[in-house]
Structure formats: structure tokens, C-alpha cells
Design a protein. Structure first.
Length: 326
């Protein structure tokens, strides 16, 4: 009996410690983390991004996507930014080869190092930039929690197992989001980020030309949309870029959900959102109501995603240059 009580007590103590560790890590992530150490941090980021968006608005989608690609692999620790002389870093992995805008992150970092050297992490820069490019494309704003620190490990194999592939079915998507403490609503809301940006034909070419290996097309793709896509993407095309949300590629709006209701989502992962009652209901709601709650929901889900497996306190480091460890 005494042994049983001791065992129960140890288990309870372990649970308390786990909760403490989890909460202490997240407690250090807060709005206004740089209020005293670098009060102009977010203003500096916004100034650079506003300048970039005036001359290169097409980078809005890739810079938003960079935050997602960073957080889903090793957490939001800027590991996606690290270079490797041997081609073994995350950015060298196939899912990340289409990422663009690394030079913009470097530009922001340089401006912040001039303002307050060694203070603002690259991981926080990615998170703030994602918000600012969303605002710049007429999307929602939200208060970005900061206090992340930068990791010093980046492995080429990890994006392959952590990032949801463009051909994922709904079960795979839900499972991968749950693994990051994100729920089904977060999945369908964050997918709405596809309202801005482009994709290479290679990401959906099989839906047009060889869906089951028999030279056929994906039956879940609108048959009237297929000829339109085939004009842009020839079989085997690896380089051509296609708008994910035709007509409003540089405007953050709810039209992505309208496209899904018409079975015109570009990726299989987009189409699969119609295979779940909860995600389908959300798609129909946003399409029917002009995105009545989408902007608010997107901000909430982005904040949640920004908390995934973060390094805080004395963990990690504050990189001087985002592409390499100190």
C-alpha cells in the first residue's frame, strides 16, 4: 500500500513538473517582449516589409508560408533559415526548395542589428514578417507574441516527415496538425493562407495528367477548370508558377474558400478539406458569408501556430546572422 502511494505521488509530481516546464516555456512568449530591450523592433520590421511589398508584392505568399514551414519543423526556431555547405539543412529539403524571401529576412535582421544588436531573434522576425505581409495584402492583423530564441540544428530529412505534403488526404492533415497541438479548425483556417501566393505546376501536375498512373485526371477537380490549368501547365512542367487563388493572388481575402466550393483548389490537400464535415462546414460558411469570421480566426490560429515547440529563456541563442549559428 505504501509503495502504491509512493508510486502515485511520484507520478503526480512528474505531471506537475511537466505542466510547469510547458507553461514556463510559453509564459516567456508574450506580446511586447522587446518593449524595453528594443522598443522599435516591430516598427523596424514593418518599415522594411512595407518597402519590399511596394516593389515585390509577389513575396507576400512565400514569406507567410515561411513561418508555417519553420514552425512545423523543430518548432518556431528559425531552423529553416540556416545554410549548410553540404546541402543538409532544412532549406535544402524538397518541400522547402520553393521557399523564397530569405534575403528579405536577412534585410530585416540587418536593420534590427543596427537598431539593437543581438536582441531580436530570427524566429521572432519570421513571425512578425508573416503578420506584416498579411496586413500588406489587405488581410487581418494580430498581436504577435515574441520571445522566441533561435535553434542551432537544421536537418534536411525533417521537413519530409513534418510538413504536410500537397498530396495529403484529410486524415493525414488532421494527424500532422494534431501533432503540433493544432486542431481541425486551425487546419482549415491556416489553409486559407493559400489565398495569396503561387505554386509550381509540379505540385499538382499529376491531378491533370496522371492521377492514378493511367493518364487520367483527378475526379475531385472541376472538369471545366482542368483545361484552364492544362494551358498553363504542360505534362512534366517543373518550373511554371500558377496562382493558387486566381484573380486575387495579391489580396488576402476569403475567395480561397469560394474556389474550394467549386472544386477548384489547386492541391489534393486543398480538395481533401471537403472530405471532413467540420472543415467542409467552415468552407461553406466563409464562402456564403464573405469570410465573416475568417480574418479573426486566422489571427487566432497564427498565434497558436507561433507557439509550437518554441525555444525561450536560456534555450537556443539569438543569432547575429540568420543563416548561420553564432
Amino acid at each position: 500500500m505504501a509503495s502504491s502511494k509512493l508510486s502515485s505521488g511520484l507520478i503526480f509530481l512528474q505531471l506537475v513538473l511537466l505542466v510547469f516546464v510547458f507553461n514556463s516555456a510559453n509564459a516567456q512568449l508574450k506580446v511586447g517582449f522587446y518593449k524595453y530591450t528594443c522598443p522599435k523592433a516591430e516598427a523596424v520590421v514593418k518599415e522594411v516589409i512595407d518597402q519590399v511589398m511596394k516593389v515585390a508584392p509577389s513575396l507576400s505568399g512565400p514569406l507567410l508560408r515561411m513561418h508555417f514551414h519553420d514552425c512545423f519543423v523543430r518548432g518556431c526556431d528559425a531552423s529553416v533559415l540556416l545554410n549548410s555547405s553540404t546541402g543538409q539543412a532544412e532549406k535544402d529539403s524538397p518541400p522547402n526548395l520553393s521557399l523564397r524571401g530569405f534575403q528579405i529576412i536577412d534585410r530585416v535582421k540587418a536593420a534590427l542589428e543596427k537598431e539593437c544588436p543581438g536582441v531580436v531573434s530570427c524566429a521572432d522576425i519570421i513571425a512578425i514578417v508573416a503578420r506584416d505581409v498579411t496586413v500588406a495584402t489587405m488581410g487581418p492583423t494580430w498581436e504577435v507574441e515574441t520571445g522566441r530564441r533561435d535553434g542551432n540544428v537544421s536537418r534536411v530529412s525533417e521537413p519530409l516527415t513534418n510538413l504536410p505534403p500537397f498530396f495529403a488526404n484529410i486524415s493525414q492533415l488532421i494527424a500532422q496538425f494534431r501533432a503540433k497541438n493544432l486542431n481541425v479548425k486551425d487546419l482549415v483556417v491556416l489553409s486559407g493562407g493559400h489565398t495569396i501566393g503561387t505554386s509550381h505546376c509540379s505540385s499538382f501536375n499529376n491531378r491533370l495528367y496522371n492521377f492514378t498512373g493511367k493518364g487520367d485526371t483527378d475526379p475531385t477537380l472541376d472538369s471545366e477548370y482542368i483545361p484552364h490549368l492544362k494551358k498553363k501547365c504542360k505534362a512534366g512542367d517543373q518550373t511554371t508558377l500558377v496562382e493558387m487563388d486566381p484573380g486575387s493572388v495579391r489580396t488576402f481575402d476569403n475567395s480561397y474558400y469560394t474556389l474550394l466550393t467549386k472544386r477548384r483548389g489547386l492541391f489534393q490537400s486543398d480538395a481533401s478539406l471537403l472530405d471532413n464535415s467540420q472543415t467542409k462546414a467552415y468552407i461553406k460558411l466563409q464562402s456564403a458569408t464573405g469570410g465573416s469570421t475568417f480574418f479573426k480566426d486566422f489571427g487566432v490560429s497564427m498565434i497558436k501556430m507561433g507557439r509550437v515547440e518554441v525555444l525561450t529563456g536560456k534555450s537556443g541563442e539569438i543569432r547575429k546572422v540568420c543563416s548561420k549559428v553564432n
